[in-house]
Ligand binder design. Structure first.
Ligand code: 26V
Length: 752
């Protein structure tokens, strides 16, 4: 049935028509129509099946991406237009599922899209957090966290009516299984994201994100990663992880038995991908379940080891999960004898305490268990994998060189170009046809067009249209006016010191001081930030406060604001990214070299024709190789230099602060102007950290950063040279398609 008729039939039951229904009614009718189509499609087939375990799937709004993948976008847009409605307005009614923190969760979502679109037999396994991460409120000049109840009465989840019993030390909990359909692009199949939930979830907290972290039965799936600054939060996280992997492992065994296969051959039919250490307990849990089903221990360990693969997503030691044995004793003591056995075997293989699973302080190292008992260990960008092999995980690389491999991250161009950037996407189709939609490498055909004046003008026009759209959105959402003709310089990502938003804030201070001194920039600049800080991460929240203070000071100064504006976008999430990225001129990727494992925002900006200003870190290295040094602005110390500084304890921020040029930036944090706006204790804490610690070395690179950023902004003036850089960036971005990444996972690791 054509979509028009389906929609009319659905709306009829509510006594409304396509013309008279509310946006919300139309949104829900579209959801129902799409869901019906999806459930009629077959699942991808294959002898072996992948189960992608991840504590996060940051899927974003689903209406548009489902319409794209089902090939219905144009039809629906035209239909709505003919009724005087707009899809953009309808989709604003769709709450965004808040099931991830940032890059790791978004990567998992891109991967599911690519797995389905390549027709691979694979599903995701995760948790259904009712109030997600949190909704960020910046109205008081600081970040406040609120619950984000994204689950509307009518939503994309399908109740499968399947349940599993998860045995905790203090009683069994029922895991209910909900499914999200993952449609494929032009491929006629529909896979699943399985999300487990408790039977009777707690209502939203009355205040902020405070809830009873000890009420496991009701709160287990309330929030994503509850604050782990206290023990109850950390324990809840272990409850969440065990709940996810135990139910997931039971689902796998059930599917295996339903297909008539013997559990003895698990490794022939199943791949369990462990996305970071959060699902690591699937290793001992699957071994436990196999033994319970009559497989002998030796064989069970073999089967699990040959069906698990692990992705390592960080360099930061503090981000590696280590659980005290006592936590597991409290949550799932049945795993301890198995982990003890795995540790014994690991120690036979390697006596070095640095490789132990169960260390002498009775702490369990989840990553170590993953590496010893998986068939594959991968990093997420070339530089990252090299650093893992050479330093962070060198003990393990010596033990198992054959397990280590690199899989440079990717993004789905369906969402991150076709979905979010209609003006550019349409232009690309006119210029080179639509082959790039299934094969983004074809974007290379744009390269000769960088010499074509007409194409260049249209490329600039597409960018300008997106900048106007962003300006309207910001005005409407936050009441801030920005100049669409200014340079849009954007840094959007989680707030973390290693990502160095604080260094970008120092640039804002520098520019402010320049303008106050009468030195005007060649072109007006709008500095845009978007970031959530972890609720217990004090310095990250302090940095948000500093940026908000600068926003107030600078935007209200009539001498400065025509030349410089600072905007902190509230509640940065996937939907905001879809608005921001197409409008960007300069993409800020300024992490301290060696610390950003890959980054994926950098790839999204590149595909949308933004020019990167960055360090040689993570996937920036590969971006720079692809676009060439004339189409990227690089600055800062190299990863080798930074690693050396850490190794020798040789960085002292006070040495850099001694320089008058640096001192004048840092000291401005405690200037009368900022103290009049901000909270003195917060500003003092930030100031002190810059001088006494600056663990992520912002002061090391700040001068080079300012110099290169100035050169970049000056180059922007030459519009015809700049547009060529933009075109080369889009043209060379095809490598970062998550379809390429997933093909590599499949060829090297999964063998589906
Ligand atoms: C976790 C934590 C936990 C508590 C302490 C502070 C902290 C800092 C960072 C993390 C990150 C955990 C793993 C993660 O999200 N990695 C990200 O994975 C992306 C997808 O591979 C990659 O693009 C990012 O560079 C990487 O940071």
């Amino acid at each position: 049935m054509p979509i028009k008729q389906t929609l009319e039939t659905i709306l009829q039951t509510q006594g409304v028509t396509l013309q008279t229904c509310t946006d919300m009614q139309l949104m829900q009718a579209l959801l129902e129509a799409v869901q019906t189509l999806q459930t009629e499609l077959p699942h991808a087939q294959g002898k072996k099946k992948l189960y992608y375990f991840s504590a996060e799937f940051l899927v974003g709004r689903l209406l548009r991406s489902n319409l794209i993948n089902l090939g219905l976008l144009d039809e629906v847009e035209q239909l709505l237009q003919s009724c005087g409605r707009s899809l953009a307005q309808i989709e604003d009614c769709e709450p965004e599922p808040s099931l991830g923190n940032g890059g790791l969760g978004r990567l998992a979502a891109c991967f599911l899209d690519s797995i389905a679109s390549l027709g691979l037999n694979g599903d995701g396994i995760g948790l259904n957090y009712h109030y997600g991460l949190f909704r960020q409120d910046l109205s008081g000049g600081e970040q406040r966290e609120n619950a984000d109840p994204w689950l509307m009465p009518q939503n994309w989840l399908i109740d499968t009516h399947k349940t599993f019993s998860v045995p905790f030390a203090n009683g069994t909990l029922t895991a209910k299984l909900y499914d999200l359909c993952i449609s494929s692009y032009q491929n006629g199949v529909c896979n699943r994201l399985h999300l487990f939930d408790v039977e009777s979830p707690a209502p939203a907290p009355a205040n902020g994100i405070d809830f009873d972290k000890t009420d496991i039965a009701h709160c287990l799936t309330s929030f994503l990663y509850p604050d782990d600054s206290d023990e109850a939060g950390r324990l809840l996280r272990v409850y969440q992880q065990y709940f996810m992997v135990s139910a997931g492992a039971q689902l796998i065994l059930q599917e295996l038995e339903d297909a008539g296969h013997s559990l003895q051959e698990l490794d022939q039919y199943v791949v369990m991908h462990i996305n970071d250490t959060h699902p690591s307990m699937v290793i001992p849990e699957m071994i436990r379940l196999l033994v319970e089903h009559g497989v002998d221990l030796e064989r069970a360990i073999y089967l699990v080891q040959h069906s698990c693969a692990y992705t390592h997503h960080t360099i930061l030691a503090e981000a590696l999960e280590k659980w005290p044995v006592s936590y597991l004793q409290t949550v799932a003591p049945q795993l301890l004898p198995i982990i003890r056995e795995l540790d014994k075997r690991a120690k036979l293989r390697c006596a070095d305490p640095a490789a132990a699973i169960w260390d002498e302080n009775d702490v369990i190292h989840m990553a170590h268990m993953d590496i010893h008992f998986s068939a594959s260990v991968n990093g997420v960008a070339a530089l990252h994998t090299d650093i893992l092999k050479q330093s962070e995980l060198s003990v393990f690389y010596k033990l198992y060189p054959e397990k280590f491999n690199n899989k440079t991250n990717g993004i789905t161009f369906r969402r991150w170009l076709m979905g979010c950037n209609r003006p550019l996407s349409d232009l690309l189709c006119q210029a080179i046809g639509d082959g790039w939609k299934t094969d983004p490498n074809q974007l290379e055909q744009l390269l000769p067009l960088a010499e074509n004046e007409d194409f260049c003008a249209r490329f600039l026009a597409a960018k300008s249209a997106n900048k106007h759209r962003l300006a309207d959105w910001l005005k409407q959402r936050q009441g801030i006016e920005i100049d669409p003709d200014s340079i849009f310089d954007i840094q959007i990502k989680r707030l973390h010191q290693y990502k160095r938003q604080q260094m970008n804030a120092l640039y804002a201070i520098w520019k402010y001081q320049q303008i106050k001194a009468g030195i005007l920039p060649p072109h007006p600049v709008t500095m845009i930030f978007g970031a959530k800080a972890a609720p217990a991460y004090t310095l990250a929240k302090d940095t948000i406060h500093l940026i908000l203070c600068l926003q107030r000071l600078i935007n209200a100064d009539p001498q400065v604001s025509p030349w410089l504006k600072v905007v902190m976008v509230e509640n940065y999430n996937v939907s905001a990214a879809e608005m921001l990225i197409p409008a960007c001129d300069v993409s800020e990727q300024i992490s301290l070299a060696s610390k950003e494992a890959s980054g994926t925002g950098n790839m999204k900006f590149m595909a949308n024709g933004a020019v990167t200003l960055g360090t040689l870190d993570g996937a920036n290295v590969e971006i720079s190789q692809l676009v060439g040094k004339e189409n990227i602005y690089l600055f800062g110390r190299s990863s080798d230099e930074v690693i050396e500084l850490y190794r020798n304890n040789a960085y002292h921020s006070s040495d850099y602060w001694q320089k008058p040029s640096v001192q004048q930036l840092v000291d401005f944090i405690l200037s009368p102007q900022l103290l009049a706006i901000g909270k003195p204790d917060i500003l003092a804490r930030l100031y002190k950290d810059f001088i006494a610690k600056d663990y992520f070395m912002a002061l090391l690179d700040v001068e080079d950063y300012i110099a290169v950023k100035e050169r970049c902004f000056a180059d922007y003036q030459d519009r015809s040279a700049w547009v060529k850089k933009m075109i080369v960036n889009t043209a060379r971005s095809g490598y970062f398609s998550s379809d390429r990444t997933i093909r590599e996972y499949n060829e090297d690791i999964w063998h589906l």
